[in-house]
Design a protein around this ligand. Structure first.
Ligand code: ADP
Length: 723
């Protein structure tokens, strides 16, 4: 080294070279020093090395230099040292310093410092670090989208903060809107404890620390100096070596979703805290999407449930409309609800003090007979306590909802076979709804779910109740219809038998009466007999006539259920009407006013039957009006048809009765004071219809008289209506 020109050598290298003596004074600086630090070499020569050092490092420099001069230990040699240098304009410059000791020609010890510009590298390293954070953030963003669960998203967030961002502790809370509180859902780093942590639930309105403040203000807080901050447990801060904290709200617009806290063992640069905020907002967006998805999923599930409810009800209503048989009705209901609402279903109707099963269905059709078997062999006991659910529902009139465990089954079963049967059918929960109609409980429907299916929720119980309500009405109608039909059939049979049985004795009575009348007539002159005898015989005859007409009506009603034989003949309707009126007893004859065409009105009809109809109409008109009120009979030809009207000023007919009175045995309530069977009009209508005509009634209302009108073709083909 003594032989070479050291100065020329140093000028040639690109790094800055500063040579100092052992008193820390600059003895040489090359031109590169000016490029790096701004100092001209001549400005530095003779100056202390302090000139090119930031003031805060002076103490450390002096200490190290002194130690080296004394000990000669070259601890700082051979390794590059990174430190800031001071430029001539007072700013700092990161440099890498390499040290070496040499001796000059005079044997003086000199220290050579070679300074290399580090600013680009530092910048590069910073870029690399940011890049690493961004990569971690991107990866986290992908992982955030693999789940729809907010809690799982926050796991990803705190995991990334601790693992990739180097947080000593990262924790995240979700905001529970209804409770206005934060719930800790994930924690990574120093502790992973969540449940039972003292910060597990934070009341947002009152919590005094950072997390509460951030939740209330919805603004982030970044602190770089934790030491000495009374808000943090200082023993913990010191022990864990914590230096900074980022506390950030998770927001969707202004809506608070949660809060994230991350503690670091180093300072938070602007870049780092920005990247952390970025990561947190990504997590917030994912949580918000997840919540929206959950809301939509819930809404869709609710809509599906509602649709299911209406589908079941629609099906049940449709099935119910089709039948008037209680068993068919009940079976339709159990079929419509299994398996959608329940896995199996039984419809029971009250019978004595117990019940009788009328329908059953199991989702596995092979098990339906087993359900019937259960009822047959183990009917719900009427009196046992605790009450069987069916008895309970029927007695209280209230729905019974229960979940059933296998142990309950054990307690309920009367023997091993019963238990085996119950297990085979499967009972996890059931809803028993009483069937109530017209304020009576007529039975119960049991909807049962197997243990693997979730129990009935409130909506499903409501569906079950709606189904039962419709079922009850339909079964009640079916039962009513059945008993009405039975009553009608019974009545008809009785009347048919009775009228046939009455006919013979009546004929005998009439025969004897005629004989008696003839004998009495021969018994001297009328004046020779007591007056009462003639009167008695006459009344007796009237009674027999009345009785015979009644029996004939009954027989007619019975016969008319089959076909009627019409005997057609041509005759004049005008004289026909006149004859009928003339045949009435004197008192009644006087009340009847006839309005007849002046000419003949010939028709080909069944004269006997028509006489029966007109007799009936006249009889009614006279019967249902006051004893002195007139009855008007009018005959006319309306376009080739005969029209006959019988009008009275009697009790009249309510509007809702004008049609029903034509049904067999039907009588209007206001006819009650007068005797009658309610058969005449139905027979009349049958006859008139058979002859191709029509008959109807009209009345302005009760107490205001009635008019019965019949219309007939003048020529009736015997064919389709007759034989
Ligand atoms: P009955 O007279 O034996 O009851 P009908 O079949 O002849 O049987 O008549 C049926 C019902 O029609 C009567 O019960 C009555 O309610 C009503 N009705 C019939 N004719 C008249 C009338 N002229 N005025 C008012 N109501 C009548």
């Amino acid at each position: 080294m003594k032989q070479v020109d050291v100065g020329a050598l140093f000028e040639a290298i690109p790094d800055a070279v500063v040579v100092s003596d052992m008193a820390s004074r600059v003895v040489y600086a090359n031109a590169a020093v000016q490029r790096l630090l701004g100092w001209r070499p001549d400005e530095l020569i003779g100056q202390s090395l302090h000139v090119i050092q930031p003031e805060r490092l002076h103490g450390a420099h002096d200490l190290a230099f002194e130690r080296y001069v004394e000990s000669g230990r070259q601890t700082l040699f051979d390794v590059p040292i990174r430190l800031p240098a001071r430029r001539s304009d007072g700013t700092e410059q990161d440099v890498e310093l390499n040290l070496a000791e040499v001796q000059d020609r005079e044997g003086r010890r000199l220290i050579i410092g070679v300074l290399r510009d580090l600013s680009e590298r530092v910048e590069l390293e910073r870029h690399l670090e940011i890049l690493r954070y961004l990569t971690a953030t991107t990866e986290a963003a992908t992982r955030l989208r693999t789940t729809a669960e907010p809690a799982a998203m926050l796991e990803v967030l705190t995991d990334t903060l601790a693992g990739e961002f180097g947080a000593a502790l990262a924790r995240a809370w979700l905001y529970e809107t209804s409770e206005k509180r934060l719930r800790l859902v994930s924690s990574h780093g120093m502790t992973r404890r969540v449940a039972g942590s003292s910060r597990e639930l934070i009341d947002v309105a009152t919590y005094p620390y950072k997390v509460g403040v951030v939740a209330r203000d919805r603004r982030p807080v970044i602190l770089n100096e934790l030491r000495g901050d009374p808000e943090f447990d200082q023993a913990w801060v010191a022990e864990a070596g914590l230096e900074s904290v980022a506390c950030l709200p998770m927001l969707a617009g202004r809506r608070l979703l949660g809060v994230v806290v991350a503690f670091f063992r180093h300072a938070l640069t602007d870049e780092l805290s920005e990247t952390v905020s970025h990561l947190v907002s990504l997590a917030a967006a994912a949580v918000s999407d997840g919540q929206l998805m959950a809301q939509e999923r819930d809404a869709r599930a609710a809509a599906d449930r509602a649709r299911g409810h209406f589908e079941i009800l629609a099906d049940v209503s449709r099935e119910l409309a089709g039948s008037l048989d209680p068993k068919v009705t009940a079976q339709a209901v159990s079929d419509a609800t299994v398996p959608r609402l329940a896995d199996w279903c039984i419809v029971d109707l009250r019978s004595g003090d117990g019940v009788e099963m009328v329908a059953a269905a199991h989702r596995d059709p092979a098990l339906t007979p087993a359900v019937a078997d259960l009822r047959l062999r183990y009917p719900p006991p009427a009196r046992r306590r605790p009450r069987h659910a069916i008895m309970q529902a029927m007695e209280s009139g209230m729905t019974v909802v229960s979940t059933v465990t296998d142990r309950d089954l054990g307690e309920r079963a009367v023997d091993a076979a019963h238990l085996a049967l119950l297990r085979r059918l499967g009972i996890g929960s059931h809803v028993v709804v009483p069937l109530a109609a017209r304020d009576r409980v007529i039975g119960a429907v049991s909807f049962v779910r197997m243990p693997e299916r979730s129990p009935f929720d409130a909506d499903e119980v409501a569906t079950a109740e709606a189904v039962a309500q419709r079922t009850a009405l339909a079964i009640d109608n079916a039962l009513l219809y059945r008993s009405a039909q039975q009553a009608v059939a019974l009545r008809d049979r009785f009347l048919a038998v009775a009228s046939h049985e009455l006919r013979t004795p009546l004929a005998i009575v009439r025969g004897h009466w005629e004989l008696l009348a003839r004998r009495v007539a021969r018994w001297g002159g009328a004046e020779a007999r007591p007056a009462a005898i003639d009167e008695t015989i006459r009344r007796l005859g009237g009674g027999i006539d009345q009785l015979q007409r009644l029996v004939e009506d009954l027989l007619d009603a019975d016969r008319l259920r089959g076909t009627m034989r019409l005997q057609m003949a041509e005759f004049d309707l005008v004289s026909f009407v006149r004859d009928i009126a003339a045949g009435l007893p004197h008192a009644e004859r006087r009340r009847v006013k006839l309005t007849l065409p002046s000419d003949e009105l010939r028709g080909t009809l069944d004269r006997e039957r028509l006489a029966q109809v007109l007799g009936n109409l006249l009889g009614n008109a006279l019967k249902y009006s006051p004893g002195d009120a007139p009855v008007e009979v009018a005959l006319s030809d309306v376009g080739g048809r005969a029209r006959l009207e019988v009008a009275d000023r009697g009790i009249g007919i309510a509007a809702d009765q004008v049609e029903t009175i034509f049904e067999p045995f039907s009588r209007a309530p206001n006819a009650a004071p007068h005797r009658g069977l309610g058969l005449g009009l139905s027979i009349s209508r049958e006859i008139i219809t058979q002859m191709g005509g029509r008959i109807w009634a009209r009345s302005p209302g009760e107490g205001r008289g009635s008019t019965f009108v019949l219309e007939l073709p003048l020529i009736v083909e015997a064919g389709p209506h007759g034989d």
